[in-house]
Each structure stands twice: as C-alpha cells, then as structure tokens.
Design a binder for this molecule. Structure first.
Ligand SMILES: [Zn+2]
Length: 448
C-alpha cells in the first residue's frame, strides 16, 4: 500500500529532545535517542488556510450535522475538526463510529448547590459509541493504524481503553488484544471487548503491571500500542476543547477540569489550547486559554501528591515537580478507571498544567461518590471518575482557587452505566422489599 502521507505533512516529535520521525512508520512510540514520549505535529502551512477558513468549515460542519451524510467531517464530533486533528488523513481511510457530537450541559440545581458559586458546565463524553471519552482518541488512533497498514493492535486498560480499542479495531477490521487486571474492571467493561471480538488476557495484578507488560510487548514483540503511549489518541482528544470553544462562540471558559488517570485527557486539553494560541486565535477574539484543573482520587494520586509537595515554592516549575514525583501503590477506589499509580503520560500532564497556570486537586473517596449521587438527583448518571473532577472543582471553589462566577467545564469521562455496582452500592438501603406480590401491599408501602 502506498503511504497516504509522510513526514513532510505529519510527524512525531520527541518531547524530551526534539527528535523527529515519521508517524506512519513508527511502531514503538518511544524516542530511540532519549526514551521520551512523542507528540504529533502537522505542517499547517501546507493547508494554506486562514483562521477564518478553518472556523467557517467547522461551523458549516455543525450546521450540516442534522442532515443525512456519510461524510465523517459532518457525522463525527472529532472529524468535524479534521484540519486541526489529523489534517492529511484521506477520508476513505478514516475509521469512525460517528463518535462524539456530545452534549455540553449546564449543571443542574443540586450539583450547582453542592459545588458552590461558579458557572458550572459538564461536557458529557460518556455519550459516545463505547460510553467513554476514549472514543475521541480512538477514532484518530485507529485511522492512523489503518493508514499505516497495521494488522493488530494491543492495549493495557483499566476498562475504558480496551472497550474503545476493541470497538474501533472491529470497525477497521484490525485484530485487537487487551490486557486487563483480573477482577479490577467492571462487568460492563469486560463485556464490551468480548462483544467486539477482542482477545482478552487478564493478569493477576493491577493496571500498572498490565501496562508494564504492554510496554515490553510494544518494545520487543512488535505489538502496535492503542494506549495513550500512542500520541495519535491525543490528537483526537483535542476535539473536547474544540467542541467547548465552539459552544462558547470560540471563547474558552476560565477553567477546564478533568480526572487524571494515565493522563491522556489532560495532555490533549493542553495541546489543543496551545494549538489555538499558535494559530493566532486571539485574532479571532479568543481572550485567553483555560486553566486546567487535574483531579485525582486519594487512592491513586501520584500527580496530586507530587504537585502538593512541589508547591512549597509559590509557582510550581516543571523541574521542581519532576524532582518530587514518585509512583504510588494504588489503594481501593470506586474510580477504578483512574486507579493508576504511575501514569505513562505524566510528563505531558504536568507540562500542560504548568503552561495553563492550572493546578492539581485530590478528591476523597466520600466526595467523589457523593458527587455521583448528587448528579443523579439532577437526572445525570456519571462515572466515578467524573465524580473525582466534580469533587476537585468543589475543593478549588472552597479554597478560592476558582473564583466566584468563573466559568468551569468539567469533562465527564464516561457514563455511569459502566459502573453500576459501585455507584449503587451505598444506595442499596433505599430499596424496599415487599413480602408478597399483592397490589395492596405495594399500595400500603407507597402510602407509608
Ligand atoms: Zn528524545
């Protein structure tokens, strides 16, 4: 197969030493010079488009989205922004499940009261084909794999990545293997890759053990990574920011809050905002970029902990944080998808937090569960990881890090339907068991 685009169009660049290599030829996704992670960059100059041209296309794509069309730029909330996401990908190689034109909602009354005096929104990224934000990255990653002629992909996962990888691999006709920690993912998260036809291997350890094996399979056994080690995923996740910006008329809120597991969401939010700065969005009226609030649970807080340690001096410099960073042994938490003690993308996460003048917050187990219940009272069933971000925002509002009436968008990373066991566990006492099947018995209970 002839390569659809080369290093002149899109390339990988090491975030450690700047080494460049071809995106479609790469299989290991680690810099051979320094072992660093890669970013992807594109030759936007070749597109010969002004900012006005980009925005006009993005706006037209939204307006057309109510009509019948097979064009991924119209059907997909990620490929709608193709020029900023993966501009040189031929349309016929795109692997899409029509992911992600997701709702951005104003927080309901209960949640608003719980969080405090800020203008709170949630982008509902659980409303995607596999029920999590991973689909934003998955469609771009699998399209790149498809364009590179890859026959099989693999990933380690806390549940959502394996569902995404398996679904998009199925759509592409590519084989998929997933490595999961035994008994540490929910029944739904296990059912998803099974139904999508992936090969599933469980290990008697936690996610960090699975990731270690996965990294060695990539380095030494030619497995193509579907993990966030693969920076093509980050390109797709940027659509979160572009959708938010479009929603606010090409402005950004004061804060974007995300739960941090392996770090793909945080990395992509920052990268997208840097792209908007680089393309000169201030000329288009963009006043400033959002500050990123990265949130972790107490049970898995390697970045929150090191951030707090580094914060002794007022402004946290990247080097101070690096000196304080240590992996943590994870504890038990309802937020299993973010149960990661040594995040692969940690350097990217902290780069973006520092660049955006953001911060890290740590949520207690009690607060993250309470956040999920509170959302339920407004009619929204969000995942416990979203609970981490909501509780983090609440902490930041309490300590006046987020100021009164600032706009905050929380990225809701998955549907609560994937986490029914833990979400409902502390509410089971609300269930009333009748002793027989008679209508009068039920009526008596209702009146009681
Ligand atoms: Zn390097």
């Amino acid at each position: 197969m002839q390569k659809p685009f080369g290093i002149e169009q899109s390339w990988l660049v090491c975030i450690g030493c700047g080494y460049r290599t071809d995106l479609l030829d790469e299989r290991k996704f680690r810099c051979p010079k320094c072992g660093g992670l890669y970013d992807i960059d594109h030759n936007f100059g070749l597109l010969k488009k002004s900012l006005y041209d980009y925005i006009r296309v993005f706006e037209a794509n939204v307006n057309l989205s109510a009509r019948r069309s097979e064009n991924p730029a119209i059907r997909s909330g990620v490929w709608r922004f193709k020029d900023w996401v993966m501009p040189f990908m031929p349309d016929d190689l795109i692997v899409t499940l029509n992911e992600g034109i997701v709702p951005i909602i104003r927080a309901g009354k209960h949640l608003q009261d719980w969080v405090g005096d800020v203008e709170l929104y949630i982008i509902m990224e659980g409303m995607t084909p596999t029920g999590s934000f991973k689909d934003f990255g998955g469609t771009v990653m699998m399209s790149v794999a498809n364009a590179a002629g890859i026959k099989a992909v693999g990933c380690a996962s806390t549940g959502d990545t394996s569902a995404m990888a398996a679904a998009y691999a199925a759509a592409a006709g590519i084989q998929c293997a997933v490595i999961l920690p035994k008994d540490k993912v929910t029944a739904v998260q296990l059912a998803q890759p099974l139904v999508y036809g992936a090969k599933i291997i469980t290990l008697p350890g936690d996610f960090d053990d699975c990731m270690q094996v996965m990294q060695e399979l990539v380095a030494n056994y030619g497995v193509y990574p579907a993990n966030s080690l693969n920076p093509a995923r980050i390109e797709g996740h940027q659509a979160t920011v572009f959708q938010i910006a479009q929603y606010f008329g090409w402005q950004l809120p004061e804060w974007i809050a995300v739960p941090v597991g392996n770090g793909s969401n945080c990395s992509s939010v920052g990268k997208a905002m840097r792209l908007m700065e680089r393309l000169g969005m201030e000329r288009f009226g963009l006043k400033k970029i959002s500050r990123i609030l990265g949130c972790q649970s107490e049970a898995a807080n390697p970045l929150g902990k090191s951030w707090n340690l580094a914060q002794k001096d007022d402004e946290v410099a990247l080097e101070t944080w690096k000196a304080k960073y240590e992996p943590v042994k994870v504890g038990e938490t309802a937020a299993t998808a973010a149960r990661i003690g040594n995040p692969v993308s940690r350097d990217k996460v902290m780069r973006e937090i520092v660049h955006s003048r953001g911060a890290m917050e740590i949520a207690t187990e009690h607060d993250l569960s309470e956040a999920v219940s509170i959302c339920g009272k407004d009619g929204h069933f969000v995942c416990p990881q979203t609970g981490i971000a909501l509780a983090g925002v609440r902490n930041a509002v309490k300590k006046r890090l987020i100021e009164k009436e600032e706009k905050v968008v929380v990225v809701s990373t998955a549907t609560g339907l994937k986490f029914t066991e833990t979400a409902a566990a502390h509410l089971k006492h609300n269930i009333i068991s009748a002793n027989d099947c008679k209508t009068e018995t039920v009526a008596k209970i209702l009146q009681g």
